[in-house]
Design a protein around this ligand. Structure first.
Ligand code: ADP
Ligand code: MG
Length: 880
């Protein structure tokens, strides 16, 4: 596409072979997609598989082992060298598999929040993935969208685009269909901040301006979570300490006159025993599995750290409309020329009628229907067979359907009127208006609708059965009473107004004054059925749900009652009251709030700040462009997957695929489960490592021969421990998970007595293993035989202890049958132990000998002791 073609629209449509009224056909789009390729930027490919595999060898533990291999080979100990090498490779493969799976599922998640675009296809407006756009597509842009491709604008209304991804300039630029090339183009990746427009795609993918600027692409990045960072730090400390201890022990042994190679291997074994090799990989995998579980419950995590913060949430601020309610609006009642009429038929199917409509004068009926249909930004899609859906704002959709019930369709109106200007709805204005021109008579009409108080304050006259009359205070009071009554019945009330004028009002202020009040529409938006129990779950789990809405207070309270959201006089606030409060005064009230009505977007920000200042961990939902700052500010920003704008999604750390409040609660639950599970396997892995250190360290202190060989410890750490640890990461939530208060955010991973528990368990594992080893030696068995017994004891104690790790802090665990992975892992690990002891080949590798039943009796007896001790400890110290 040559830039010079951009000026001439006709030419452009022709050269791209597209009809601005119909768009491309589905078939043609497919062909073009095949020709031009997907509309996406080639980001530098994420970590390649080979790189990932190689990075497994960069680990400090692996480096120590490689050094050990070299030394062994150098000293002619080929048997050791080979075994260590095999184990390193096994470990690398295991680590690689875990990382690969984690990485891929994170990547898949990123794709899930990929943006959509609204295109005209076969004459119908449909939503498609932005990646499928092709040159020639007719697309629609509106405030909050991310421009999905390079688009030549036509037919725009007060369009403004923020081009900072291209220019760095954050002040929005006005766009329109006429002007210089840069003014008629909306470029891929930029944000629509105002207005709306149609446009034709002229370039996609790497051919866009964005695609040409190499290296500027923002990478989908997965920041490490606070927990991962803390673990990395813990890991580094452990490694340093262990290496020091190992060197100390080895040197001390050599000074005592032990063989150098033996002491070297002892040092290596100790280091290997102490370093929790499996930990980072298991944490990452556990997070990735958790994300998939959240996804199954319709919550898409965009920023990894949110997974942890979710479990700490103490307040969930949720939009009412569409999140607590279904966002399936129907007009139930009409107030028009003093008459209160009811409407039949539910949902978006345009069947039903306005009862008693004939009592109203024709002129009033006409203007009411025209405002409903033309001051409207939605489209009705579908037919009797397929069912009806709306594209656009559900409030507008309900009114569009109402217009049909008045007997008026937009198709008919489009011959009578010509759209001139639109001042779109915006939560901070709480009304919208359009200007149309009467095609035959040439005069202009302003058609407006919005929140009753806002509209009424702009009206000076009203429509009666006898024509237009001045609007006195008595009439206003009467009208407001109707509004109040309906709001109390949980209706969202919209006021309709209009005015006729000879000149075209171009400014919003000019348009929205001196209006004629026409009537009300009462919109029913029933609560989602699952919300009441989700609210209850929050309250039980120490989380306070807060309803936030732009609707009238009475509407908000009526819905609050229906979803069992408890409120009292001082827990309800309106936007006007927030406005009047100082930051300090707000701070005092914010702890008790549960319903915020007639709220404006900027109040959300103040609420989040105040709540955070009071020490709360705040989850905040949002959909519109104006919500993005508050969503970003919240500890957990939540965007709506269906109705949300791209801008808000980008600011959010969690996206709800179904816009449902219950999904937030499910995500919180999953967040708690993930954290619990991470703690479970950290408890397990660290206890096992502590046990191995104790075994080796005490043996050296007591002057025993080494009870375990380096290879044996490696085998235990990397293979027999790894699988149960992984399986612990897949535990379902324990029964009490949503019945306890949220965990404090700054709580350390080893908090609540876990550190002490690990030391205690480590000590008992060490003592027991050493004891069995000593008994073996005392019975005059060979060193190999005694070592085999020590190894078996170590593995059995650990595997049995892993059962205890399934319980949460209160000692409760899900039934074992709920985690068959775990059962499988334990059986598999026991089987591996059996192989290591009885299989002749593995006997050679690990220096083991076959054990007899009396040995197993001893080992079994020793293995259950920690369980008994742990039980006793729990009884003595129930607070753990
Ligand atoms: P909510 O967050 O509950 O959706 P909004 O701020 O979007 O609240 O809406 C506030 C009020 O603005 C509503 O009570 C209604 O009276 C009015 N309103 C909502 N949507 C529209 C619309 N599309 N056009 C005109 N007025 C609207
Ligand atoms: Mg809204």
């Amino acid at each position: 596409m040559k830039i010079s073609d951009l000026g001439n629209l006709e030419q452009l449509f022709l050269s791209l072979d597209t009809d601005p009224g119909k768009g491309l056909s589905g078939k043609r789009r497919q062909e073009l997609l095949a020709k031009h390729g997907a509309n996406k930027l080639d980001t530098e490919s994420n970590k390649s598989a080979l790189l990932m595999l190689l990075s497994q060898f960069g680990d400090i533990m692996v480096l120590i082992l490689l050094a050990a291999t070299l030394v062994s080979a150098f000293l002619g100990e080929f048997h050791d060298a080979l075994t260590i090498l095999i184990i390193i490779i096994l470990n690398a493969i295991l680590g690689f598999a875990q990382e690969y799976k984690a990485e891929r599922s994170l990547e898949a998640l990123q794709n899930l929040t990929a943006p959509n675009a609204r295109v005209l296809c076969n004459g119908e407006i449909t939503q498609v993935p932005a990646e499928s756009l092709v040159p020639g597509d007719i697309v629609f842009l509106r405030a909050g969208d991310k421009v999905p491709a390079d688009i030549r604008i036509f037919d725009s209304i007060s369009l403004e685009v923020e081009e900072s991804p291209l220019t760095g300039e954050t002040v929005p630029v006005a766009k329109s269909e006429k002007g210089e090339d840069s003014q008629v183009m909306a470029y891929m990746g930029c944000l629509v901040t105002r207005g709306r427009s149609s446009g034709i795609v002229v370039a996609t993918g790497m051919k866009t301006k964005m695609g040409q600027i190499a290296g500027m692409m923002q990478h989908a990045q997965t920041d490490p979570t606070p927990l991962q960072m803390r673990l990395n730090r813990l890991g580094r400390v452990l490694v340093t300490v262990c290496v020091l201890i190992s060197v100390f022990v080895a040197v001390a042994g050599m000074l005592r006159g032990e063989a150098i190679y033996k002491m070297f291997m002892a040092g290596v074994s100790l280091a290997v025993a102490a370093i929790p090799e499996g930990l980072p990989a298991v944490v990452t995998l556990c997070l990735a599995i958790g994300l998939q579980r959240m996804l199954r419950r319709k919550a898409i995590v965009r920023k990894l750290p949110a997974v942890e913060t979710l479990g700490c949430a103490t307040v969930i601020c949720s939009d009412k409309t569409g999140t607590l309610t279904q966002n399936q609006m129907t007009v139930d009642k009409v107030y028009l020329a003093g008459e209160q009429l009811s409407v039949t038929g539910k949902g978006y199917a345009p069947v039903g009628e306005v009862l008693g409509l004939n009592r109203v004068r024709g002129e009033a009926r006409e203007i009411y229907a025209e405002i409903s249909a033309l001051c409207n930004n939605s489209h009705l899609q579908g037919d009797k067979q397929r069912g009806y859906t709306i594209i656009g704002d559900p409030t507008d959709g309900a009114l569009l359907v109402l217009a049909r019930k008045f007997g008026v369709s937009r198709g008919f109106l489009s011959t009578k009127y010509e759209a001139v200007e639109e001042f779109p709805f915006d939560s901070s204005k709480k009304m919208m208006s359009t200007v149309v021109r009467h095609a035959a008579r040439g005069h202009y009409l302003v058609l407006a609708k919005g929140a009753p108080d806002v509209i009424l304050s702009r009206c000076s006259t009203y429509f009666t059965q006898r024509g237009v009359a001045p609007l006195g205070p008595a009439t206003v009071a009467e009208i407001k009473q109707v509004n109040e009554k309906w709001a109390n019945q949980a209706y969202r009330v919209i006021a309709l107004a209009y005015k006729a004028s000879a000149a075209c009002p171009r400014q919003r202020e000019q348009a929205d004054t001196d209006l004629v009040f026409v009537g009300f529409a009462a919109l029913d938006d029933p609560p989602r059925p699952e919300v009441a129990s989700a609210v209850l779950a929050c309250l039980r789990g120490g989380i306070r749900p807060v309803m936030i809405t732009g609707d009238h207070k009475a509407t908000a309270l009526a819905i609050a009652r229906r979803i069992n959201l408890p409120y009292s006089q001082d827990s309800v606030i309106t936007g006007a009251e927030i406005e009047a409060l100082s930051d300090k005064a707000l701070l005092r009230r914010v702890d008790r709030l549960s319903v915020c009505a007639r709220v404006y977007p900027e109040h959300k920000m103040r609420l989040v700040r105040a709540l955070k200042q009071r020490g709360h961990v705040v989850a905040m939902t949002g959909d519109g462009v104006n919500d993005a700052p508050a969503v970003k500010e919240a500890n957990i920003g939540i965007a709506m997957g269906v109705t949300g704008t791209e801008v808000t999604k980008e600011a959010a750390s969690l996206v709800l695929a179904d816009d449902n409040f219950a999904t937030i609660v499910a995500a919180v639950e999953e967040g708690r489960i993930i954290y619990d599970n991470i703690r479970k396997f950290i408890r397990f892995l660290l206890s096992c490592n502590a046990g191995e250190i104790c075994t080796m360290f005490f043996a050296m202190l007591l002057g025993f021969p080494l009870p375990l060989r380096a290879i044996q410890i490696l085998w235990v750490n990397l293979v027999t421990d790894g699988l149960p640890a992984l399986a612990l990461g897949m535990e379902p939530g324990s029964p009490g998970i949503m019945k306890r208060p949220p965990r404090p955010v700054d709580e350390g991973i080893l908090a609540r007595g876990m550190g002490a528990g690990i030391l205690f368990t480590g000590l008992s594992i060490g003592v027991l293993t050493l004891m069995v080893f000593a008994i073996g030696l005392a019975r005059g068995l060979t060193l190999e035989h005694a070592r085999t017994m020590a190894l078996s004891t170590l593995i059995c104690v650990q595997l049995i202890y892993s059962l205890a790790c399934r319980a949460d802090d209160s000692g409760r665990a899900a039934p074992l049958s709920a985690n068959m992975w775990f059962v499988g892992a334990i059986i598999f690990s026991f089987a591996l132990l059996g192989l290591a002891v009885y299989n002749p080949v593995l006997q050679k590798v690990f220096d083991t000998v076959a054990l007899c039943p009396s040995d197993w009796l001893l080992i079994g007896g020793a293995s259950v002791i920690p369980l008994i001790l742990g039980r006793m400890r729990r009884l003595l110290l129930p607070s753990r």
